[in-house]
Design a protein. Structure first.
Length: 219
């Protein structure tokens, strides 16, 4: 079983990834060429942005080298990205400086950072590519709880994750639509939509995989 995957960078908890401390997977993958590091935003998020779906202030979970965060900053959003890999955050900060963008990037385990209460919320949108599908059941509960004070009323958590329609057992944990809905079956949350989507990969032999694009709204 491969410990890599073609989605976004989980930023903290690799779920089904085997072997070693969870964070070691991400450090190693960046050193080798991470399959989720495609060098551009995922098209699903470009479509959301072009449709005007994202609010002014955005937080990205597991931002990696910052391609989505920087794209949104270029489009006028106030953006903060968080990731566990220092080298990835260093790269994101360098690109922001080169482009003259004010996007902020924080390094640390994503859930720990969320729970620390140091982020300058509330945010209109929280986004992620491949973070949710890396979480254990217990960490999903932590995430739901940690997002409550960070999302503005009416704001949304939007995430792109591996679908249970992806065959095989390699890579990250598969996620079903039912799991997504049950995770956010809690007071103050509403599952607005769970759409079939596509995750693009840096791997030429596997350029795309089936995914879910979920939008979860805070009351």
């Amino acid at each position: 079983m491969s410990d890599g995957h073609p989605g976004g960078h989980p930023g903290g908890h690799p779920g089904g990834h085997p072997g070693g401390h969870p964070h070691e997977v991400f450090h190693r993958q960046y050193a080798q060429g991470a399959p989720w590091d495609i060098g551009r935003p995922q098209p699903e998020y470009i479509a959301l942005e072009e449709a005007g779906a994202l609010g002014a202030k955005v937080l990205e979970l597991g931002c990696g080298r910052g391609d989505l965060s920087l794209y949104l900053a270029e489009r006028g959003h106030d953006v903060t990205g968080v990731d566990v890999v220092p080298a990835a955050i260093d790269s994101a900060r360098e690109k922001a400086a080169e482009r003259g963008l004010a996007a902020r990037f924080e390094v640390g385990d994503v859930l720990d950072v969320l729970e620390a209460g140091t982020l300058a919320g509330p945010y209109d949108d929280v986004v992620d590519v491949g973070f949710f599908h890396a979480l254990t059941d217990a960490d999903r509960t932590r995430l739901v709880r940690a997002l409550v004070p960070l999302l503005a009323s009416g704001g949304s958590y939007r995430f792109l994750c591996f679908s249970d329609k992806v065959p095989g057992e390699w890579g990250p944990r598969r996620v079903s639509e039912a799991e997504i809905r049950s995770t956010f079956d809690a007071p103050g949350w509403s599952v607005a939509v769970v759409d079939e989507a596509v995750l693009e990969s840096a791997r030429p032999e596997m350029p795309k995989v089936s995914a879910w694009l979920a939008t979860i709204t805070r009351a």
